[in-house]
Design a protein around this ligand. Structure first.
Ligand code: BGC
Length: 810
């Protein structure tokens, strides 16, 4: 223990109270013994520090901060140096606001394109996610504050995210869902990690011994502090025992009493409490001396510039027929689309930033381009507006080139809500088709934080995919349109032709209690390349205004090297990607997996030799027979590609491995060996899991961990009525175009969270009574709620009076 001398000065009750938050963002503090409050703020896209009354979903306004491109966007840069600088920028703003812990980056794997939070995450690939996260963490922490990498782990769907049980085999867990955290933690050394809301194989992530003790602490070597996601604590005592230090946001003193009780029953020891208190004190003290920010105004100006640079390097050029881009300045240009007037540059939920200044097209147009007019063309609601359409078509007729700004509306991508399809609003498509009928030179500029279907792409001559490009993104778009820079973004996820092509479409999102990861390791391009399913734009893909030639590959046991030459007429950047595969393997494998990448900047005619080193991840797989990462001996294919489906150079390398027992039999897992995983039967899945498939079906009485939206089949009439009201409210807010995050949160939260989020007003005992009421036992339930209320109030008062004398009072 590092801080035994301080801990000695705390009473047991103080220590127990210290392990859960005091309010939405801060811990308790005991300044007379040098323990200040630890202040948290979201997040991954910008600092969301709430100045007034705090709420964790961003309903109350936060202090203005730079809104950088979201993680999904930044990931397209494949630029670790850039991510480190963005991290630094974020860290400086956090330090200026006296924040100790910045709640980011989020690195969950994009298992399925419908996940409502994909815009907040980096990639479908763990290696890329891990490397980018490590850089971001280093940047954030360079300012003396802590980064908090989240959400650990296997948090892939928003629907009932707080009660969902992710059921997956150990190999998939380790190779796909943990590897990103492993890289981020080993290389970035975050001081903090946030556990996810869901269960993993039957146990909540925050109290999961296997996740927290075996994997996080023992195998990965994480030394920092574990914090729950906001409201994610289920069994606080078990969390504390297994390594989770801080329950957030503010469960009141009920959680402290839970620890005292667990000590009495022997469920936990005082040494568990001390170890967690020690971790909490350590992060508090080590983030005390943050960088001092003298000139915040200048910082915000610098960060706005950085946000633009980041967007320039992240926007992806998907298509550029007849080299219509960069724009010819002599041509007459029309700008069409509501997104040009009110850009969509970030997603909704806890990551939402109160941007300092937002670029928009009107403000940016100078004399640089020959703009003949602007028209809205459509509204944000998916309804055609004849007047707007007419005006847009008239404008398009007069122009040589139309810049069409469009994409996903605000309501489509949000924390707390999975998408139900991959389409953009039909009024935007219908306008696009009408514009294409009168003008053949349409350049599409897309805003969408995650994958969308593009059956309409033939209407467009060029496409710049801006993802959610942050507050300065529109400026970045113009830098690329005008050719000031050449686009260099490459997709960090596959863009499918149609949702039907997605490997886990049958298993996602789960509406049962369990979510079965039957597709195993075949996520994203791992599946498409192995099962030979064509995609529209593959992982790693992105065009440039210039061309690159790859040549002279050389491979030895440590590395692969090769030349890249800029053979075009413009300076540009290219990201070369190292993929590795093995044929005739004894285990099932993806055809190829990303194992390295390098971004290089080249002037026209310039040629550079690049070297990518192999590392401990290059050839390994997780052997479930021995419970260890191992290497299979054999001839490996070494690919250097400009995307996963555009392999430019190829070689082989024999690697002597250490695998002695193969964990699989080909005839038992035929679908996995073929990579055809869209319809895995129970018999095969059971073998993959190595145990019975848990029963995930709903039924019987509701439990404290069932989500409030399950009240639709509650026995109690009052509960069903409450459900109807909630549902009505949610639907209404979605029709209005902007999701009501509070209602969304309540919809998906379990009964248990009522106690965890109520700042001491509701105890767990009361929650049990609420559930009784919901299940039709009105009098028992009501009686319990009323007596529980008074009992809780008395207990809270007593705890404060008798045991929390030293704690700072506001
Ligand atoms: C989100 C976290 C976030 C936290 C605090 C939760 O709902 O899942 O990502 O950091 O709220 O706002």
């Amino acid at each position: 223990m590092k801080h035994g001398d301080i801990i000695k000065k705390m009473t047991l009750e103080e220590k127990c109270a210290y392990l859960s938050g005091k309010n939405a963002w801060a811990t308790r503090s005991f300044s007379d013994i040098g323990v200040d409050a630890l202040y948290h703020a979201d997040g991954p896209t910008g600092v969301r520090k709430q100045a007034g009354k705090g709420d964790h979903l961003g309903l109350n306004e936060s202090v203005p901060a730079t809104c950088f491109p979201t993680a999904a966007t930044l990931a397209n840069s494949w630029d670790v140096e850039l991510l480190e600088r963005v991290g630094e920028g974020l860290g400086l703003e956090a330090a200026a606001e006296d924040v100790n812990v910045l709640l980011g980056p989020g690195i969950n794997i994009k298992r399925n394109p419908l996940c409502g939070r994909n815009f907040e995450y980096y990639s479908e690939d763990p290696y890329l996610s891990g490397k980018l996260a490590a850089a971001m963490i280093k940047g954030i922490q360079s300012n003396g504050i802590a980064a908090c990498v989240k959400h650990f782990a296997v948090n892939s769907q928003e629907l009932r995210r707080m009660s969902m049980d992710a059921v997956l085999d150990e190999r998939t867990l380790r190779e796909i869902y943990i590897t990103a955290f492993e890289i981020a933690i080993k290389e970035g050394r975050p001081k903090s990690i946030m556990t996810s809301y869901n269960m993993v194989n039957g146990v909540y992530a925050n109290e999961n011994e296997h996740l927290l003790k075996d994997i996080l602490k023992k195998d990965i070597g994480f030394e920092g502090m574990v914090v729950t996601d906001w409201g994610a604590s289920n069994d606080h005592a078990l969390g504390v025992k297994n390594g989770s230090s801080l329950e957030m946001p503010a469960p009141g003193l009920d959680s402290a009493r839970e620890l005292l009780k667990a000590l009495k029953t022997g469920k936990i020891d005082e040494s568990d409490i001390d170890a967690r208190v020690d971790e909490l004190i350590e992060i508090t003290l080590s983030t005390k001396n943050k960088k001092k920010i003298k000139d915040k105004e200048k910082l915000l100006k610098d960060n706005n510039k950085l946000a633009r640079e980041a967007a320039v390097k992240s926007i992806v050029l998907l298509k550029n027929e007849e080299k219509i881009l960069p724009l010819d300045r002599t041509k007459k240009i029309a700008i069409i689309g509501d997104f040009a007037f009110t850009p969509r540059y970030q997603g909704a939920g806890s990551s939402m930033v109160n941007a300092t200044i937002v670029d928009n097209v009107q403000r940016l147009i100078g004399n640089d381009l020959n703009i003949i007019g602007m028209a809205h063309g459509y509204t944000r609601f998916d309804k055609e507006d004849e007047m707007l359409v007419k005006e847009a078509i008239e404008l398009a007729k007069q122009a040589d080139i139309v810049l069409y700004f469009f994409g996903l509306n605000e309501a489509s991508e949000s924390e707390g809500l999975d998408r139900t399809h991959l389409r953009i609003p039909s009024n935007q498509i219908s306008l696009m088709e009408k514009l294409a009928a009168v003008n053949e030179n349409i350049v599409g500029i897309i805003s969408a934080g995650s994958c969308i279907e593009m059956p309409w792409e033939n209407n467009l001559k060029a496409i710049l995919h801006g993802y959610l490009f942050g507050q300065a993104g529109v400026g970045a778009v113009f830098e690329l349109l005008t050719g000031r820079y050449s686009p260099s973004g490459k997709l960090s996820e596959s863009i499918v032709k149609k949702y039907d092509d997605v490997p886990n479409k049958r298993y996602y999102p789960s509406k049962e209690r369990t979510s079965e990861y039957r597709e195993s390791i075949f996520v994203g391009y791992r599946y498409f390349t192995t099962a030979n399913v064509p995609v529209l734009y593959p992982f790693g893909y992105g065009l440039s205004y210039t061309e690159f030639r790859y040549s002279d590959i050389e491979v030895d046991k440590d590395k692969v090297s090769f030349y890249i030459e800029n053979t075009g007429k413009m300076a540009g950047e290219e990201t070369a990607q190292l993929y590795i595969g093995i044929k005739n393997s004894n285990i099932f494998r993806a055809k190829l997996e990303l194992k390295g990448f390098k971004k290089v900047s080249l002037n026209p005619g310039e040629k550079k030799r690049l070297t990518v080193y192999f590392d401990d991840k290059s050839f390994r797989f997780y052997n479930v027979a021995t419970d260890a990462f191992e290497v299979e001996s054999g001839e490996y294919d070494i690919y250097i590609g400009s995307s996963c489906m555009d392999i430019r150079l190829q070689s082989t390398l024999y690697v002597e491995g250490n695998m002695k027992i193969s964990p699989y039999k080909k005839d038992e897992l035929p679908s996995y060996f073929e990579g055809k995983v869209t319809d895995i039967q129970d018999s095969e899945y059971r073998i993959l899991l190595g145990r019975d498939i848990p029963d995930g079906s709903w039924g019987g009485e509701l439990r404290i961990n069932d989500a409030l939206c399950q009240m639709y089949y509650a026995k109690s009439f009052i509960a069903r009525f409450a459900y109807k009201m909630l549902d009505k409210k949610l639907k209404k807010s979605l029709e209005g175009g902007v999701p009501d995050l509070n209602t969304l949160f309540q919809f998906n939260m379990p009964f248990r969270a009522i106690a965890k989020m109520s700042n001491g007003q509701v105890s767990m005992e009361m929650v049990h009574s609420i559930v009784k009421l919901v299940n039709g036992h009105f009098f028992k339930g009501m009686g319990g709620i009323i007596s529980g209320y008074f009992k809780n109030r008395r207990a809270n008062k007593m705890y404060k009076k008798n045991f929390l004398q030293r704690e700072d009072r506001e």
